[in-house]
Structures are given as C-alpha cells and as structure tokens.
Design a protein. Structure first.
Length: 724
C-alpha cells in the first residue's frame, strides 16, 4: 500500500523524541503560528488527521502562510512529530501562537484538550458533535459528581433534559443504577455547548455537523472536509489488481473496522449476516477493532458459532498490528460502516473506505448521507434483519457494481486535498484572530478540603455574594438575580451554619447554570424557602458528600485561602487571562493595585509598598499596545524585594521559559534590574520571577499570617533600549 506522504513514520513513545528548545519560537516569523493541540498516535483517527495536516504545514508552503507547534495529548504510541512539540502537561507560555483545539469525546485522547478548550479562546476543530459520553465519564466516573452532570444537561437542554432524566428514574434514590446516557435518545442532548462557548471560531467536517453546531452557538463556523491524504490511497496498479481479484474471488470479504461501540450497529450486522444462508455461502464478515465497549464485545462473541477462524463465516479481530490491519483492509471487497446515532463531525473510517476504492455500505444519516449517489450504498436509517442482508447480498452477487462504486468513491475523495483544507483554514483563522484577546497561560489552584468554609468565614458579605455568583463560571450569569441571591446569602450566613452554606452554594451553582431561570421579581422570602427545601427536584441531596472543590474565581478565592489556609493547594493546569496592553514608560505600581494580574489571582491584595506573589513564582504577563513601534528593542525594568534565604536558593528570572537572569542577582533584599525582552511578532511575553523558596510569616514569628509568600513586586515598566 503506497503512502502518499512518502513513508510511514515510526511509532514511538513521546518521550523518545526529546524536548526541543524551539517550542516557544516560530519557525518562520512571517507566517501565522498555530499551537496545534491534538492526540498524535494510531489510537485515534484524529492522530492521523493531525499528522497529515502538520506534515503539510512543515513543508513550508508560503502561499498557505502557516507554521505550527504541536501540543500532544499522549496516549500510547506516538507518531514522529514533524514540527516543534511539547506534551500537554508541560508549562505553556505567553506567545503569538493561535491555539487550535482538536476536541473529541474519547477521554484517553482528549481529556486535557477538552479542558483547555473550555477555558480559553481559540480555534476549535469539532471532531465529535456528541460530547455526552465524555461529560458522563468526567462528571460521574472521574469526579463522581452527579450534580455536575445534571447541571450540564439542564444548561443545554433545559426542562426537556431534566424530564428525560426523570423519565428514566435517575432522580429516584432506589434507581442509582439508571443509565439514561446508554439509551438511543442520548444524542438529543449532545452536551457540546460547554466545549465551544469560548471558541473564537469553529471548524466542522460536514454539512450535518455544521447544522448541529449552529444550533448551539453564533460563533463563526468554517465547514471543511477531511483531506484524502489523511488515509492510505492505493496506487493505480494496486487498485487494478483488486478489480481483477474481486471479479473472480471465491468468497467475498465484507469488513467492518474501527473501535467497537454501540452506535456502530455491529450486533445488528452480525444478526443479519448469520440469518442469511446465501450470504454465509458466498461471503465472510470480519469485524476488526479495539473493543472499547467490553460488554458489547462479549455479546458479539456469544453470537458466533464455534469454528476455526479460517473457516468461520464471521470473525472478530480485537487485537491487530498496523501491518495486519492494512492487510485485512486491502483484502476487503466491501466495507460496512453503519452508524446510529452519528457522533462524528466527519468519519475517518468512511474516508479510508472510499480511498481504498471499495463499495461502502452506510446508513443515510449524518455525514455518511452526504456522499453523492453512486459513490456509496446508503441504506434507510435503522434497516436491519432480512432487508439488511438482502442489501449486502445484492453487492456480493454483483462484482461489476462493486467496481463501479469503488471507482466513483476514489474519484470523489481525490477532490478533497490537504492543500485545499489548509488554504481555507488559514483564511478562516485570519478572519477570526483579530477578535481574540491576547492570552496568558497561568497557573491555578485546587482548594483544600475545607476551602468552602474558609471562604464563607473569611469574606465579607458583598464579596461572599460575588464569590458564589462567580465561583463556577467566572462572571455573573444573571445580574438581575443579584439582589435576591444576596438576601438569601445574608439569611443563611447569619444563622452560622456551614452545612447550610455548602448546600446553598451548590443550589446557586445549579440555578445559575441551568434553565429556566427564576423570574427577576422573585422576593427574597420565596428564594429562602427554595434554598431551605434544598433546590428544585432535590438535586442537592443527590450529590453525596462534598469533595474538594476548585475555587474558580481567583479574585475571591485568593483572599479566602490567604485568611485560613496554611497550604496553597496543588497547581492546576492553566487558566486564561486577557493581557491588557501597556505602552513604553507606563509604570505599573502594584501598591496602587492598578495591574490586572492581581485581579486574576496571581497576587495578594496590594500592601503599602507593593504586592506579594502567591507562592515562590511571580508571573508577569505583558503585551505592548498595537500602536507601539514593534521593530524597536525593549526591556523590562523591575523593582522588587525578596525575603532572606540561603545562597543556594537565589532568585532567578525567565522569559517564555528561557532563563535570562540579570548579572549577580542578590540573594535577598531590594533589587532593581532591566532585562532585554526577546523580539516576537506580537510583542507578548510571560516573565516568571522565581523567588527560590516560599516564605510563610506565621513560621517566622507573625501569628495568624499563613500566606505563602515569594517575591514582593513594587513596580515594573517596559522601556525602549538603545539599538545595537
């Protein structure tokens, strides 16, 4: 089988490729730089998709005008990256790159990518339009938070979604085993909205996907089609050999491939095949793929008659090497790729089947229904039993039609090239990038177990109200509810019951994220009654014990943790923050609290001479205003103080991850210095000042002050440097 992108790259672990130092630098400064977030191995078709796209970008087509850095979500074997890369768990830095998130519903391949897509603006490539399976895993299996799953459903589907859950007994305490997400109605609630809410622009791979996504967002959408080069494409000689063989074969080989899941209708296919004596006499059915659904795999095995694998009329191949998989596909005469329901934006399996030049039997639904008449066999959705068997038998007994369909499929796929994909993608990104804010990749914290009580005790009533309003979403979802909620909080706060406050927080969290919302004129007394009853449909009682929570509003969480927490909590992935541009010479004085970094929770409240960083590292995201001459050299002038420490833990400085310490930094005390800022196309940087170690006042004779201090920043400014 020929590979249109020359030779197939070796598969290795990500760690085998090292850590290139070029990750924070564009390869060609005059091109648009992308940070391409994707799985990158054979465990998913999206790995093959990204490999093809990035290899074409790496060639450096000036007409397309793109460069890329790969950010890998590791899962098993990995293709050799064709461009600078890093693993997704490693730190990210401020830069001029546009983030491109390849989202999907498989948790092993997309967990971190999906998380980041929900947190920061970027381009989102929607590979799965139904994200319900991912949300079920994340909320119920990973976090064990039934309320989180219910709230996600309520936000997207409103009362209809809650009625659906209730109809399946999900709210009954005696029905903890109810699993409505495994029913055929589940795709009515795709739960995609939360993953595309922050997107600056969206890419889909079919008209069907565009229609589904448009119902959920008003963001710009670009409809592209999976490129032919993503999958192997037989040479003319290889295809001619199959044409000759399929007309004289003794037994027609019918193959269905891909991860084995319920929506691929494999039981329906096996039942139809085994129920047809003519089919069993003239053909063999092979199902090949990883058994992602173990229960389905066991049911399939139970359906098969016992017999030798070589003589069996139906074979199951669960574990297969890449060469063996290619051999099975190359030996196929017919591909059967049934989907009900359709989860994908565009099917890589459909692309591969058509590339191979074989007839592909599908249901007339989703992106499968968009193939032109004559290039595939499209059956009515849900066709099964004898009717399905008859449709297969008609192809088995007609080799000329198999060849005709295969030829039409090859011709159709050849029209969809990677170059055309990248041309349109580049144009689309350039259209939406101007509306994207500059971003800083910042650390965030996970609160200790008692953080909620600390927040309730430490914050004044107005701040407590805002903390609850903003705690999950980062902004007030319904400003008109503010007065009513403040009255409820005041009532519960005054009775001094932490448990009531905990329940109230979760009730409000649900209320602000779901539909319908209470009318604006609900009096406080009614709201208090609702809170006392623990919310609509007794949702709060379903949540079980309160687990450690994330304080998502760093503005208020920082003060709560500073007041009561001896430990700062563990670092979390990254949180977005818009970077306010500054002009050369503009003094940023943290004693005045006029820098937005403090508002993002990077710093404690300003003190007389400045502000302390939370933890040993102080992060300073910077961006120059657009009107500033970007061709001139600039430096960062910093004035700070660091507490006493040993010689072995002196303060260090880095910019975008590259060490750039000033000469002879003092081990402690007052310190002013200037660091040259490296040139980049958009003049954005992330400066990290590592104080060497933390400093906790309560451990040094100041009772009650349990803050975890690092560097104490007085002020900073960007200044022009003399040209060399």
């Amino acid at each position: 089988m020929a590979d249109t992108l020359t030779s197939a790259p070796p598969l290795k672990r990500c760690a085998d490729f090292g850590r290139p130092n070029t990750i924070s630098s564009p390869m060609h400064s005059n091109k648009l730089l992308l940070d391409w977030y994707s799985p990158f191995g054979p465990e998913t078709d999206i790995g093959a998709f990204s490999r093809n796209i990035l290899r074409h970008i790496a060639v450096g087509d000036d007409r397309v005008g793109l460069d890329a850095r790969l950010v890998i979500e590791p899962n098993g074997a990995c293709y050799r990256p064709p461009c600078p890369f890093r693993l997704i768990e490693e730190p990210s830095f401020v830069g001029e790159a546009v983030p491109v998130f390849n989202i999907g519903n498989n948790r092993e391949n997309h967990f971190h990518i999906n998380t980041l897509a929900r947190q920061q603006p970027g381009i989102v490539i929607v590979h799965d339009i139904v994200m319900h399976p991912f949300v079920v895993w994340e909320a119920l299996e990973n976090r064990r938070k039934r309320l989180e799953y219910i709230a996600a459903l309520a936000e997207e589907g409103g009362l209809e979604a809650l009625d659906w859950l209730e109809g399946h007994g999900y709210f009954e305490r005696s029905s903890n085993g109810a699993r409505p997400w495994e029913t055929v109605e589940m795709p009515r609630f795709p739960l995609l909205k939360q993953f595309i809410r922050e997107a600056a622009g969206l890419v889909v791979h079919s008209e069907y996907a565009e229609t589904q996504v448009r119902r959920l967002t008003d963001r710009p959408i670009c409809r592209l089609y999976l490129p032919t080069e993503q999958k192997p494409f037989p040479t003319e000689a290889e295809w001619d050999a199959w044409v000759a063989a399929t007309a004289t074969t003794g037994r027609v080989e019918i193959v269905s491939f891909g991860h084995m899941t319920e929506n691929k209708c494999l039981e329906r296919l096996v039942h139809a095949f085994l129920g047809s004596e003519p089919l069993k006499a003239q053909a063999r059915l092979t199902l090949v793929g990883h058994p992602r659904d173990a229960a389905l795999a066991e049911r399939l095995k139970a359906m098969l008659p016992e017999g030798d694998d070589e003589t069996a009329t139906v074979r199951l191949v669960f574990s297969v090497s890449e060469p063996e998989l290619d051999r099975l596909k190359a030996g196929a005469d017919i591909f059967v790729l049934l989907r009900q329901p359709n989860f994908e934006s565009g099917s890589g399996a459909l692309l591969e089947g058509m590339n191979m030049g074989r007839p592909v039997v599908t249901y007339d639904s989703g992106d499968f229904g968009e193939i032109p008449t004559g290039a595939s066999v499209q059956l009515p959705l849900g066709l099964d039993g004898e009717a399905l068997a008859d449709a297969l038998l008609a192809l088995v007994e007609d080799p000329a039609r198999r060849v005709e369909l295969g030829r039409a499929a090859r011709a159709f796929r050849q029209e969809r090239s990677t170059t055309a994909y990248l041309d349109r993608l580049a144009g689309f990104i350039r259209e939406v990038v101007p509306s994207m804010p500059a971003l800083a990749a910042l650390p965030r914290r996970k609160a200790p177990d008692n953080a909620l009580e600390q927040a309730c005790d430490a914050l004044a009533l107005p701040e407590l109200t805002r903390f609850i309003l903003w705690g999950r979403y980062g902004f007030a979802r319904q400003a008109s509810l503010y007065g009513t909620i403040e009255a409820v909080i005041h009532t519960v706060h005054s009775n001094g019951s932490p448990q009531s406050l905990r329940k109230l927080v979760f009730w409000l969290d649900y209320l602000l994220g779901s539909a319908p919302r209470p009318p604006d004129d609900v009096p406080p007394s009614v709201a208090r009654d609702i809170a006392t009853a623990i919310g609509p449909r007794a949702l709060l009682t379903l949540d079980g014990p309160l687990s450690p929570i994330e304080l998502r509003s760093d503005i208020f969480a920082a003060r709560a943790l500073a007041a009561g927490a001896a430990m700062p909590g563990e670092p979390r992935p990254i949180e977005r923050m818009a970077v306010e541009p500054v002009t050369p010479g503009q003094v940023i004085d943290l004693a005045q609290g006029d820098w937005q970094g403090r508002q993002a929770g990077l710093w404690y409240a300003p003190e007389k001479r400045g502000a302390w960083s939370k933890g040993r590292v102080a992060f300073i995201p910077l961006a120059l205003a657009e009107e500033v001459d970007a061709d001139k050299p600039y430096g960062l002038e910093v004035s700070l103080y660091t507490p006493a420490r040993g010689e072995s833990s002196a303060t260090t400085i880095s910019i975008d991850g590259v060490r750039c310490d000033p000469q002879e930094p003092p081990p402690a005390g007052d310190w002013s210095f200037v660091i040259p800022l490296p040139a980049n196309r958009h003049n954005r940087w992330l400066v990290a000042i590592d104080a060497g170690q933390c400093h906790v006042p309560s451990e040094e004779g100041h009772p009650g002050d349990d803050r975890v201090l690092g560097a104490h920043l007085r002020q900073f400014r960007i200044i022009p440097l003399a040209s060399a």
